[in-house]
Each structure stands twice: as structure tokens, then as C-alpha cells.
Design a protein around this ligand. Sequence first.
Ligand code: AMP
Length: 432
Amino acid sequence: MTFHQLGLSAELLRAVTEQGYSEPTPIQAQAIPVVLSGLDVLAGAQTGTGKTAGFTLPLLQRLHGSAQAGGRRPVRALVLTPTRELAAQVGDSIHCYGKYLPLRSTTIFGGVPLRPQIATLRKGVDILVATPGRLLDHVGQKTLDLSQVEILVLDEADRMLDMGFINDIRKILALLPKQRQNLLFSATFSSKIKQLADSFLVSPRLIEVARRNTTAEHVQQAVYQVDKSRKRELLSNLIGAESWPQVLVFTRTKHGANRLTSQLEKDGIKATAIHGNKSQGARTKALAEFKNAQVRVLVATDIAARGLDIDQLACVVNYELPNVPEDYVHRIGRTGRAGRSGMAISLVSADEIKLQRDIEALLGGKLPKMVAKGYELTANHVACEDQRTAPRKARSERKIPGSRQRSGRRSFAGGRNSERTAAGRSSSARSV
Ligand code: AMP
């Protein structure tokens, strides 16, 4: 299958070729023809599958095909995303894939001044990418008219619901013309997503590329069970010993992200944090520094990391396991993208073993265990764990891609009392 066979125009094929894509990913092969035909779509695809191009390319083609010459440009396509970062990334994709088409797009989200966005909207854009809250701010101020929208995309709809955007989404749906094409993308299909889909999709084509609630095939996963107080030291050691060029580390709280960042810096590892308490400017700066490899470790909370698209991210570390097992799937989806291999390491303390089990239940198999010599869980914790897991051991289990040295032992020169670690050595509208 080639992009050419999918019926894309010469301008889009040129942009795709410039991106270096040789063939469509499965979601693109399935979604592009359906979207081009004007049907509604309900797509189950997680980040990393190429879903953005899967809806952006045909959307651009449809808008271009029905473009009206001259005059005011009403918003004809609306893409809603849960986070600012994802909005920015989708905006960049539209800009990149549409560079040879005479369409205009802009991205609007909160945390930045409203006025420049108003000026851009006033000049007219064909495609608007937005987060729900800021979109409604503009509607409230009468600086945005959505009455001409022909195509609506809800990207990462499951995250939007998790983040409590359901009422905003309903308000926005009520502002759109009844006759339109709807595309809903979601990594998971909960009953709430199904309910939402039923409420506005019309005879949608169901497209599913990754099996529900499964983790990316290309991601090698491993768990280190370790005392909470020793996680930071183990992380520093792993970064150095494994020579990970860059790591995205997840913490559960904003405060935890800040604290870990400064501890890593003390260990001589350049790190920065990204979370909801930071201004949009600080978040953009942190992401840019990570992308340019100026910093080695990006410490993030779940919400801040949603939708981050970082090319060639080799390793994700769960410094703390998420409370919601589905978030594990989202987190590790940051690595192993578009066919590349990746690694997802989880540092699990005794109080998180229950969370580990919940994740394993969701994935349908055990996560491979690794042991870092000198960092094992202390004896009483291990005893408790063995007692609890003993009856489960006999069950047949699905194989989850494991670490290179599954259940292996790793030893560090450092060990329990070592202070220094191995690692220490070592918004305007644009033509789219
Ligand atoms: P997404 O799932 O949309 O976040 O895309 C994940 C990554 O895959 C992005 O970095 C894209 O640039 C990349 N990508 C998208 N389509 C292709 C393709 N057909 N071939 C190779 N890489 C792709």
C-alpha cells in the first residue's frame, strides 16, 4: 500500500514524501479512504500509530476540494484536543502536511493571551485546532463563529472525558451545523466513549488498529521493585548505566515532578519538568529543550505529557505508577512510535504493587521483572509480595514484550551507600 493508492492529491503526496514517510501506517491506510469519502469515523488508535496524519491528510484534501474562491474564510474544520501540547502538535502537523495547499489554519489554547488569537480568527482560518475551554471563551466573546464547520475531529476523546470536558464538548456540539462529518479518535473505548460516540456520530465506520487496551508491540517493558526512598538513586544509576540518551519520566504529582527534577540535577543529570502549574511559556520551553537534547530527562505528570510527540524517544520511566491502569498504556505509548523500538521501565515500591497488578490485569499478562543488585525491595516487603502472589503463579499468562535481559540482574558499582551515581559521570494563522 502506498500513499498514492489512497487517493491523496499531488500536493499532499509531496508533503508526505518530504516527511520521509515511505508507506502509510495501518490507521492511515484504513482511515484516509473513509474520511475522503465523507463518512463519520470512530477510530481506536493510540498516539504513536500515525493517527494525526490519518485524519489530517484527508481533511486537508476535502477542504481543498471544496474551497470557495476569495471572500471571508469561515472555520470549516474544527479539531478539538484535550491539552495545549497536543493542540500545538496537531497544529504543526496540519501546517506541515498542508504546506502546498492554499488553506489557513491556527491553533488556540488557554494560558496565552486572547487578543492575538482574536486578531488571527478575525482574518479568517479554514482549520481551527483548539482546546475546549479556550474555544468556548472565544465563543462567549463572539470572536468565533462555528456555524460553517463541515468537519469535526475529537482527538484523544478518552482523555477529554477523563479531564472533565464532557459538558464543554456538548456545548460545542450544539454550536455546530447539524450537517457535518465527524471523526472521533480514542485510545480506549470505555462505555462513556461509546455513549458520546452514539450521541453525535452518524453510522460511523469503526476503525481499530491496536487492540483495545494493549500496549505498543515495539515497547520492551520491565519492572524494578524498589524501596520508595531509593527510587531516585536507582533512576540516576539506570540512566548512567544504560546510557539512555534521553528519558521521559512520569511522576504522579506536580510537586513530585519538581522535586525529582532538582534531585536529578544534583546528581549531575540535566533535567526539566513539565506540568500544569507551569506557564504555557515554561512548558513550551521545557519541551523545546528536551526535543533539542539540551536536557536529558523530561519529568512530566500525566496530563502535561498527553499527546507529546517526541521523535525517537527511546525510554519512558514510570517513577511512580499511575492510579488509573489505562494511563500506563498512554504513558508508554510515548516510546516505540511508528515502528521504532522503545523501552518502558517502571519503578515500583511496595505500596504500588497493587497498582502493578491492576496494570497487569488490564494488559492480560505479567510485566517482566528486573532486579538491580543492591536496590531490591527490603525483605519484609518481598515476603508480603510473595505471599500475595503465590496462588497466581500457576496461571497461564500472555507474554508482554520484556526487557532485553528479562528477569535479569543488574549490578551497579554504587550500591546502597554510594552517593554519586554512574549517571553523574557520565499563534498566528499560517498557510498550511
Ligand atoms: P501520531 O500517532 O499521529 O502521534 O504519530 C506518531 C509519529 O509517527 C509522528 O512522529 C509522525 O511524524 C510519525 N508518522 C506518521 N505517519 C508516518 C508514516 N506513514 N511513516 C513513518 N512515520 C510516520
